[in-house]
Design a protein around this ligand. Structure first.
Ligand SMILES: Nc1ncnc2c1ncn2[C@@H]1O[C@H](COP(=O)(O)OP(=O)(O)OP(=O)(O)O)[C@@H](O)[C@H]1O
Ligand SMILES: [Mg+2]
Length: 209
């Protein structure tokens, strides 16, 4: 039987691969039409290489990060690679996690993406999905919501963050070359981050609830 963490990564990977065309179309509008191709290539390799029975979440997530770093080019390879490496560091040695561990992972992910990409919220990047998601998750935990409600609040905020990227100008990455013309388009990286969070939520509802 495959470990829970393997199954969760499998769900994320399959959802990213299913959205390959969609993510690439978004990147065609404001970038170089490769975000979906990049991410799908990375996760195809992740699913081929990941040991199915490893239960240590830190080891599995580290392997995901290293594979994405080596197989995904462009900006998103190092950024998602770093994100998974940082997530790994937050849960090293654990085989299951609590909601507050999940929050620590997301915090570590955001810290890693910011360090690597030198971007801030509001620059039309994946941070515009991840940071609102983090804020909403923190708030939901603090007011005592249950896990299902917390995950929905997190994903809802990420979704609103993705919508918000349509209204702002890109100031990082290739999309920034378009200046004002990047307004009106949804950011591909924020969208793949939302797909990831929704996959985690769906995995929880189907397997852990
Ligand atoms: N400095 C950054 N910090 C955080 N996210 C970033 C940064 N630069 C780009 N991104 C994210 O990466 C996505 C583009 O990923 P893609 O796989 O298309 O790589 P790329 O074509 O090399 O990217 P880019 O053209 O933006 O440099 C963007 O939509 C954005 O969300
Ligand atoms: Mg691109």
């Amino acid at each position: 039987m495959a470990s829970k963490i393997y199954q969760c990564i499998e769900k994320i990977g399959n959802d990213i691969i299913e959205n390959k065309e969609f993510l690439t179309d978004l990147d065609r509008e404001i970038g170089d039409a490769d975000h979906g191709v990049n991410m799908a290539r990375g996760f195809t390799e992740v699913l081929a290489q990941l040991p199915k029975d490893e239960e240590d979440m830190g080891k599995v997530l580290k392997k995901v990060g290293m594979t994405l770093l080596s197989k995904v080019g462009g900006a998103s390879g190092p950024l998602y690679g770093t994100a998974y490496m940082k997530a790994a560091g937050a849960v090293a040695g654990k085989t299951s996690i609590t909601l507050s561990d999940g929050k620590e992972m997301l915090e570590a992910v955001i810290g890693g993406v910011k360090m690597r990409g030198k971007a801030q919220r509001g620059e039309k990047t994946m941070l515009d999905a991840l940071e609102p998601a983090m804020d909403a998750l923190t708030k939901a935990i603090d007011v005592g919501k249950d896990t299902e409600e917390c995950l929905e609040a997190m994903c809802q905020a990420a979704q609103e963050g993705v919508e918000f990227t349509k209204t702002i100008r890109a100031t990082k990455g290739r999309a920034s070359y378009l200046g004002e013309r990047s307004i009106g388009h949804q950011d591909p990286g924020a969208t793949s981050s939302l797909i990831t969070l929704r996959a985690i939520q769906a995995f929880y509802l189907d397997n852990l609830k």
